[in-house]
Design a protein around this ligand. Sequence first.
Ligand code: NAG
Ligand code: NAG
Ligand code: NAG
Length: 342
Amino acid sequence: MFPLRAPLLAVLVSVALCQYYDYDYQPVSMLGPSSANCHPECNCPITFKSAMYCDNRKLKSIPAVPPQIEYLYLQNNQIEEIKSGVFDNVTATLRWLVLDNNKITNAKIEKGTIDKLTVLEKLFFSYNEITEPVIPPSKSLDELKMMHNKLNKFPSGLLTDKENLTSINIQHNELTSESIAGAFKGPKKLLSLDVSHNKLKKLPAGVPSSLEILYADYNDIDSIGAGYLNKLPSLQYLRISHNKLVDSGIPAGVFNVSSLVELDLSFNKLESIPEISELLEQLYLQANEINKFELSSFCKVIAPDRYSRLKHLRLDANYVTHSSMPSEYVNCLRQASDIMFE
Ligand SMILES: *[C@@H]1O[C@H](CO)[C@@H](O)[C@H](O)[C@H]1NC(C)=O
Ligand SMILES: *[C@@H]1O[C@H](CO)[C@@H](O)[C@H](O)[C@H]1NC(C)=O
Ligand SMILES: *[C@@H]1O[C@H](CO)[C@@H](O)[C@H](O)[C@H]1NC(C)=O
């Protein structure tokens, strides 16, 4: 059991301090007395001995970590380096390592640190200055967050043995399609991948077929590979807004896959509405250059059991209006409670 759950408080505190937390977090003032072998600059609550809180302390380096620590909070400091041996007491116990919002570069991460952590489950390394991911040998890794860094490469094979990895967040980096080729091979249980705000020209290649969520907003994607989504039979949420998609980059039927529930193609350069599956529920196409409304994008056949499940359709900031829709739309789009033209 994890006794320090105070998400609402964390939200309030983070709003108040204008800081970023997306994990359970409790302010130091509520932690109570610290246990004896804790580093004097940190707090290890006697009620939760496996955690050491060293966040928000202007630390320049990582303090000594006593044995048995499983959760180590080091976010919001001025840490620039990770010295060899700092985790030697906890190589086989540390499960969470939170290093968000520091000043760490790859050059200052010595050997004998993260590369020794054998049971780490969560590595939170956002808002630092790394150019390459740092991946522990732990096969138990389930969550990796390295957003808002300077990642410009993600070598192939780093994640091959991460059988329990379900979530990767690497938005706001400098990754290109070439630099991530092969990066996501391996984690067979990956559910969520966020590569938005990078420099990708294509959707990431070789992603596991388990994927349910793929966010690739704010990149330079101009086309989708034919059959890309056929290799992702579980994909439900796909966002490619704020890219450079044009009609000629969308192969016929590429989005007509039955797993998709939400498709965001807003802020691109599409001139027509792509064909979608009857089962899609949310389609975002605002701020494109769409100049015609073809019902065949939604329904090839209309019958009692053949109609579009679309609930929300956004077409505002395009060149179509309500009067662009043929009157048969009421049969095809019979579930659409919300079609926005402006
Ligand atoms: C390991 O733990 C001991 C006992 O708390 C402490 O004195 C020592 O500094 C720790 N070593 C490191 C590398 O943190
Ligand atoms: C992966 O997760 C399962 C289920 O939580 C767990 O039983 C298993 O030990 C984990 N594997 C590793 C290598 O940690
Ligand atoms: C989508 O694919 C299904 C099944 O292959 C097909 O019946 C349907 O006509 C296609 N829908 C569109 C809009 O092309």
